[in-house]
Design a protein. Structure first.
Length: 154
C-alpha cells in the first residue's frame, strides 16, 4: 500500500465552534477588522455578537497580534484575508478583544504598537478576566486601567 501524506489541519476549529471570530474588511482608509464573540440568546441559541471594530490604523499596528491569533487556529501558513470569518480560540480571542476595546478611539501609532506587544504576550486567562471587566456595565474604568497598563495612553 503506498504511503500518501494527507494534509490535516492543525485543529478542527470552525467558525461555528469558535468562541470568537474575526472578519477583515476593506475600507477607503485601508484594511480594518470586526471582532465577534459567541454568546447565548435568551432562547438558548448561539450567535456571534459584535465586540468591537478595529480601525485601519489600529489594524496596521495589530497585524502581528492578528496574524498570531489566526495562525494559532489555522496553522502557520494562515493569512489575514478579507471576506470570510477567521475563527479564534478563547485565549487569542480574548487578547484580540482586549486590544480592540483598548484601541478604540486611539490614534497614536507608537502607543498602539506598545499595546499590541503587551497583549500579544499576555496570558489568555488574564485577558479574559480583563475582557469581562471591560464589557460589563460601567466598565469604562477597566478600559482606562488596561489602557494605562499596556501603555496605550500616558
Amino acid at each position: 500500500m503506498p504511503d500518501t501524506a494527507v494534509a490535516v489541519p492543525r485543529t478542527s476549529l470552525k467558525v461555528r465552534n469558535a468562541s470568537f471570530a474575526l472578519r477583515v474588511v476593506r475600507r477607503r482608509a485601508g484594511d480594518a477588522a470586526v471582532l465577534y464573540r459567541r454568546r447565548l440568546t435568551i432562547r438558548g441559541d448561539e450567535r456571534l455578537d459584535r465586540v468591537a471594530s478595529i480601525s485601519p490604523l489600529a489594524f496596521s499596528a495589530a497585524a502581528p497580534l492578528l496574524r498570531a491569533a489566526v495562525a494559532a487556529v489555522a496553522g502557520p501558513g494562515a493569512r489575514l484575508t478579507t471576506g470570510p470569518f477567521h475563527p479564534l480560540d478563547a485565549d487569542w480571542g480574548a487578547r484580540v478583544a482586549c486590544y480592540a476595546i483598548v484601541a478604540s478611539g486611539l490614534r497614536n501609532p507608537e502607543r498602539l504598537h506598545r499595546a499590541v506587544s503587551h497583549l500579544q504576550h499576555a496570558d489568555g486567562t488574564e485577558a479574559a478576566w480583563w475582557l469581562g471587566l471591560m464589557t460589563r456595565p460601567g466598565g469604562k474604568r477597566a478600559v482606562r486601567a488596561l489602557r494605562i497598563l499596556v501603555e496605550a495612553v500616558k
